[in-house]
Design a protein around this ligand. Structure first.
Ligand SMILES: N[C@@H](CCC(=O)N[C@@H](CS)C(=O)NCC(=O)O)C(=O)O
Length: 235
C-alpha cells in the first residue's frame, strides 16, 4: 500500500496518473497547501522541503517502508517498482530521463511562475502587486517552452522514446492549466493533439474527473469570470 500526500496541483496530479496507470494500491492523503498543512512538523518529517507530492510506500525496497519526496524521484521510483513507463534500452531510457528533467527543471518551475504572476498576484487584496516585468518575463518563457514542446511533438507521437512514458505524465498536468499561464494551447497544434490523446486515456480521464470535483470553482470558465474580470477592472 502506498500513501500519496498530495493536492490538486500539477505536481500532485503526475503521481496520481502514474498510480492509476500502474494499478498500484494507494490511498490519497490530501494536504491543504492553502491552509499551510505542508508546514506541519509531522509532514515535514517526510517532506523537509514542505511541498507535495510525497509518497510513503509501506512495502518499499526489502519490504521496508520508504518515504519519498520530489515528483521526478517518485515517478522514477514507481517506474522502477513496476517496470513500466520507463523504457529499458539505454537510448530510450535516457531520452525519457532527458524530457523528465526538462519538465522538472524548466517547464514546471517556469509555468509555476507564469501562474503566480498572471493569475494569483492580481487577486491580492493589498493593492497592485502585479509586476509587469515579471508577467512579461514568465509569459514569454511559457510560450517559448510550449514552442519547444510543440516542435518536439511535431515529429513524435509522444515526448520521448516513441511511447507513453513518465515524461508525458510529468508534462501533461501543466498543459491542463495553460489558460492560467496566458498560453493559448490551440496555437501549439502538436501539443494540443498530444494533450487530447493523453487526456483520453482511461487512467488520466479518471483522474481529471476527480480533479474537476476538487477544484470546482476553479474551472476555465469561472477563472475567466473571477480573475479575467478582476484584471480588466484593475487596468
Ligand atoms: N520540485 C517539486 C515541486 C513541488 C511543488 O512545488 N509543490 C507545490 C504544489 S504544486 C507545493 O507543495 N507548494 C507548497 C509550498 O511551497 O509551501 C516536485 O516536483 O515535487
Amino acid at each position: 500500500m502506498i500513501d500519496l500526500y498530495t493536492a490538486a496541483t500539477p505536481n500532485g496530479q503526475k503521481i496520481h496518473i502514474m498510480l492509476e496507470e500502474t494499478g498500484l494500491a494507494y490511498r490519497t492523503r490530501w494536504v491543504s497547501i492553502d491552509r499551510g498543512d505542508q508546514f506541519d512538523p509531522e509532514f515535514l518529517r517526510i517532506s523537509p522541503n514542505n511541498k507535495i507530492p510525497v509518497i510513503v510506500d509501506h512495502d518499499g525496497p526489502g519490504g521496508r517502508e520508504l518515504a519519498l519526496f520530489e515528483s521526478g524521484a517518485i515517478l522514477l521510483y514507481l517506474a522502477d517498482k513496476t517496470g513500466r513507463f520507463l523504457p529499458e534500452s539505454p537510448e530510450e531510457r535516457w531520452e525519457t530521463m532527458q524530457w523528465l528533467m526538462w519538465q522538472i527543471g524548466g517547464f514546471g518551475p517556469m509555468l509555476g511562475q507564469a501562474h503566480h504572476f498572471n493569475a494569483y498576484a492580481p487577486m491580492r487584496p493589498d493593492g497592485p502587486v502585479v509586476l509587469p516585468y515579471a508577467q512579461e518575463r514568465y509569459t514569454n518563457e511559457a510560450a517559448r517552452l510550449y514552442g519547444v514542446l510543440d516542435k518536439r511533438l511535431a515529429g513524435h507521437e509522444y515526448v520521448a522514446a516513441e511511447q507513453y512514458t513518465i515524461a508525458d505524465m510529468a508534462i501533461f498536468p501543466w498543459c491542463r492549466l495553460a489558460y492560467r499561464q496566458r498560453v493559448d494551447i490551440e496555437s501549439f497544434p502538436h501539443v494540443k493533439r498530444w494533450f487530447d490523446a493523453i487526456a483520453s486515456r482511461p487512467a488520466v480521464a479518471r483522474d481529471m474527473e476527480r480533479l474537476e470535483d476538487i477544484v470546482d470553482g476553479f474551472s476555465e470558465e469561472s477563472w475567466e469570470i473571477s480573475f479575467g474580470g478582476r484584471q480588466r477592472s484593475q487596468a
